[in-house]
Write a protein that binds this ligand. Sequence first.
Ligand code: ZN
Length: 178
Amino acid sequence: MTRLLRILTSVATVLSLVLCVTTAAAWVRSYRARDIVWWSRENPRLELRIGTYRGGLFGSVIREDSYLSAGTGWQHSAPVSYTEAGGSEGRFFNRFGFSLEYFHSRNSAVSMRELSCPYWSIMLLTAILPAVRFARWRRRARRVRMRPGLCRHCGYDCHATPDRCPECGRATGDEPSR
Ligand SMILES: [Zn+2]
């Protein structure tokens, strides 16, 4: 792996971990309050909106031909369920809080795309990179300790004292403790 790729992977892993932790916090919050955050642009109107329901969130893109004022906003109210928040029912995946909707009205020239997913699915995705990195780090740490002449418990160089590790005091022949 090149150096640049290694740096990019590290950055992606850290961002992924931050996102995972943030999602966990948002997940807890979704049971206490419903949040809606939006940003909109004027003429033609485009609005991006993120709203939460108990255990997940909706992301919507709304397009409208009519003139409406631009701005950003945030409002919060009592928590609601997926269906109370407007989530569709009927399909298998809808039961878990997933949906991908497209709504278009010719009369009012309004179109809306909406995606919803439960927080656990975001956590699962964002946990992949950190989990892979952690497993690799553990494997590498184990391999380093298995190298002859190094303490199997702490990795200290024991060439001068082959029987007992001067760093952690354990016999070098012992099985590493878990
Ligand atoms: Zn040791």
